[in-house]
Ligand binder design. Structure first.
Ligand SMILES: *Cc1c(COP(=O)(O)O)cnc(C)c1O
Length: 424
């Protein structure tokens, strides 16, 4: 099946007389005839469900669809994108370990790593995604357990050189984890370029309708944990909290990583997506391929319009031939990137704020990547605590706005931007 067909059919194949659309299994628990039956589930010897804090049939069908879209072997839905990124790292790195991460990642992920996970005893070295080979090499330590980056960084739209970072990670015997939220599996397949684990905030394009918060972790099944057994004892030695199971032995390369998240991290943290949200997410996934095409074509038209407007001094969009990441985007995302464009308004901070006041269609929101066009001025919201000099150092100028193109008619969006730009 092609990717757009998988959006509709992957993950669930109804048998004779079964529901066409997989229903919401809104049940906390599952009933069994004997204690032996249930014991087998607890020993991970039989497939089945016993408590929705760990796993649920609706979630599993939707996770299987996302795994198919990414070309992976297993996946799990989480309560949010933050939970997905936390689990993706914490599943293989604990106190005393170290992780190399790109600086061009979502601010929430940066805080999670740099503040909260540091408190848990995990050390991080942040490197620019454009760093030299020497700088990248120097970031690794004997206790490094993973490398982390973002396909298309939110909000800088830097295109991550997946192949290069995968090679570096593998040379050090560790996996590359890539947050593929902005590109989605419609526009980029990180596993084809060497990434081992992919994460998503399904809150963005996958749901795509402002309806549900959620996340997903997908395993490519390619990373050989046993070949680096000393680095990953959590997967390659018996888990005494789970009846002495060794995940990599019992479930192999294809299943060990996600089974450990389910059996251990979901059991203990319980950051699972509700079956109701998984059902809504699935409706979004069905139209993902169709919507991404539209988000990208509108973003392209809008980026071109903005580039030629006298009240706009700079436009960042990897689909524009002059963009520093144009060539790299062509390699990793030949069919398009995403529907987010950032640009600078002539006249600085005041002009940017003034321009936004005049918008009628685009809503001012701390959100991106859904059906409704929305816009954000980072300098007066997400990055409000920074001075103008600090903003420039962070790559977010005081005159910069981030625009997320929705599914409205492109001409209506352009008319709205035009009248607001001309009103300043
Ligand atoms: C929004 C976002 C997240 C966090 O996801 P939530 O669902 O809001 O928890 C992580 N990564 C990226 C790239 C995001 O855009």
């Amino acid at each position: 099946m092609k990717t757009d067909t998988k959006c509709i059919h992957a993950g669930y194949e109804p048998k004779n007389g079964e529901p066409r659309l997989f229903p919401i299994v809104q049940s906390t628990t599952f009933k069994y005839d004997t204690s032996e039956d249930m014991g087998k589930l607890f020993d991970l010897e039989a497939d089945g469900y016993f408590y929705s804090r760990l796993a649920n049939p609706t979630n599993d069908r939707v996770a299987a669809k996302i795994a198919a879209l990414e070309g992976g072997t297993a996946a799990i839905l989480t309560s949010s994108g933050q939970a997905a990124n936390f689990f993706s790292v914490f599943n293989i790195a604990t106190a005393g370990d170290h992780v190399v991460a790109s600086t061009a990642i979502y601010g929430g992920t940066y805080n999670l790593f740099n503040v909260t996970m540091r408190k848990m005893g995990i050390d991080f070295t942040f490197v620019s995604p454009e760093c030299s080979d020497e700088e990248l090499e120097a970031a690794f330590k004997p206790n490094t357990k993973a490398v982390f980056g973002e396909t298309l960084a939110n909000p800088s739209l830097i295109v991550f050189d997946i192949e290069r970072f995968a090679k570096a990670a593998h040379a050090h015997g560790v996996p590359l984890i890539v947050d593929n939220t902005f590109a989605t599996p419609i526009n980029c397949h990180p596993f084809e370029w060497g990434a081992d684990i992919v994460t998503h905030s399904t809150t963005k394009y996958m749901d795509g309708h402002d309806a549900t918060i959620g996340g997903c972790v997908v395993d490519s099944g390619n990373f050989d944990w046993m070949a680096h057994a000393d680095k990953f004892p959590g997967l390659t030695t018996p888990d005494e909290s789970y009846h002495g199971i060794t995940y990599a032995e019992r479930f192999g390369k294809e299943g060990a990583y996600i089974t450990k998240i389910t059996a251990q991290l979901m059991r203990d943290f319980g950051s699972i997506q509700s079956p109701m949200n998984a059902y809504i997410l699935n409706l979004g996934l069905e139209s993902l391929a169709v919507r991404m095409e539209r988000h990208c074509s509108t973003a392209q038209k809008v980026a071109e319009f903005l580039s030629s407007h006298p009240n706009v001094t700079k436009v960042n969009y990897p689909g524009l031939p002059g963009d520093p990441f144009y060539e790299r985007a062509k390699k990793y995302m030949p069919n398009g990137t995403c529907g987010v464009v950032s640009f600078c308004v002539k006249g600085g901070r005041k002009a940017a704020e003034e321009f936004m006041k005049h918008l009628k269609l685009a809503g001012i929101e701390t959100h991106v990547a859904d059906a409704r066009t929305c816009i954000l001025h980072p300098a007066s919201s997400t990055h409000r605590q920074l001075t103008d000099e600090e903003l420039v150092a962070a790559g977010v100028g005081p005159d910069q706005v981030r625009l997320s193109l929705g599914l409205e008619n492109a001409d209506d969006i352009i008319d709205d931007l035009k009248q607001a730009l001309e009103a300043i």
